[in-house]
Design a binder for this molecule. Structure first.
Ligand SMILES: *[C@@H]1O[C@H](CO)[C@@H](O)[C@H](O)[C@H]1NC(C)=O
Ligand SMILES: *[C@@H]1O[C@H](CO)[C@@H](O)[C@H](O)[C@H]1NC(C)=O
Length: 320
């Protein structure tokens, strides 16, 4: 074993004298949450023997060795610190030609100063590269704001609708309570969602936050149905169209959410916003509609029959 080492050292002296190894300089590199593996570069530019049997490589983080490769030993000996189990050369076959870059899983890649020290025969060189965590946000700030505003508006419109319907039309106590509970669920989900969603980052908490903002909005679709059927015995064509449009808005928003969560980096905020905007638009139209019907309703008694008249009028207008 030692004879072999001496042989390689001699070979190195004969071949190249004792000039130091030259390593490429990298300064710092960034990792973001989209990196599943992180590659810390280490490139030697003047290897001469091009044989791993003459090579020794050490990787350190902040001075502590966590990975070593000993080519003098046969078979080659690779040692890793237990907290860097994923550490490996990007390509063992490129090592003799100077690529000693290390790949780490993102979980194990701690920001810090990594240094690689390469020895070939009797020559050696070292290079240090700082691994930094990129500060990133999932969406643009204006997109975040629009998502939150559209969903808060959706909740506000919903509560206004309940208020109007409850004051102008006969609805049972049970229905009122169910509408209020459903509204509370949506509202609480939106509030918690915003708290999780707003901080910078593309972490699972941000994803859960957006999920809480977008997904429970589905409740608004059947709620609109219940509200409309509280106003009309048989919802007119226009009301049905509103329901379909509301469901469509929800489908668009959820599609945007699914695309944003799976893509890295995610870029589909516009789809989420478009879907939520449709939900808002339908809510406003439904609100105005219910208020108009409600004001006609007040002028006529008894309630139920009177509702049908403006209804038929509305239908007639829609068909023309
Ligand atoms: C992270 O991924 C980006 C894009 O794929 C890449 O440019 C960058 O070098 C990667 N960072 C690290 C530290 O591997
Ligand atoms: C890495 O080294 C640079 C330059 O020596 C220093 O400014 C920086 O604070 C170090 N980073 C860490 C995480 O120790």
């Amino acid at each position: 074993m030692d004879a072999l080492r001496v042989w390689w050292v001699l070979l190195g002296i004969l071949g190249a004298g004792s000039a130091q190894l030259q390593l490429q300089k990298f300064g710092s590199i960034l990792m973001d949450t989209c990196n599943s593996t992180v590659i810390i570069p280490c490139i030697v530019t003047n290897l001469q023997l091009n044989d791993t049997r003459a090579m020794y490589v050490k990787w350190r983080l902040g001075g502590n060795e966590f990975f070593s490769f000993d080519g003098f030993e046969q078979p080659v000996k690779i040692q890793r610190n237990s907290t860097f189990q994923s550490a490996e050369f990007v390509s063992l076959s490129k090592l003799p030609f100077g690529t000693a870059s290390l790949s780490l899983s993102r979980k194990e890649a701690i920001p810090g100063n990594y240094s690689c020290e390469v020895t070939e025969s009797n020559r050696e060189g070292i290079s240090t590269v700082e691994l930094k965590q990129a500060i990133e946000s999932w969406f643009e700030p204006v997109e975040n704001t629009l998502i939150i505003i559209t969903m808060v508006l959706a909740a506000i419109f919903y509560w206004t609708q309940i208020g109007v319907v409850a004051t102008k039309f006969d609805i049972s106590l049970l229905k009122k309570i169910s509408l209020i509970i459903a509204g509370l669920i949506v509202t609480i989900a939106v509030v918690i969602g915003c708290v999780l969603f707003v901080p910078d980052g593309f972490e699972s908490s941000n994803q859960v936050g957006l999920g809480l903002i977008v997904l429970p909005a589905v409740i608004l679709v059947p709620l609109l149905y219940i509200l409309l059927t509280s106003v009309f015995e048989k919802p007119p064509c226009f009301a049905v169209m509103l329901l379909v449009l509301k469901a469509l808005g929800y489908v668009i928003a959820v599609t945007g959410f699914a695309m944003s969560v799976s893509a890295c980096p995610p870029q589909h905020a516009a789809v989420v916003i478009a879907g939520l905007a449709v939900i808002d638009l339908v809510a406003v139209i439904a609100l105005v509609y219910v208020i108009i019907i409600g004001s006609n309703f007040k002028d006529h008694q008894p309630p139920r029959k009177a509702v049908e008249e403006p209804l038929n009028d509305a239908k007639g207008v829609m068909l023309e």
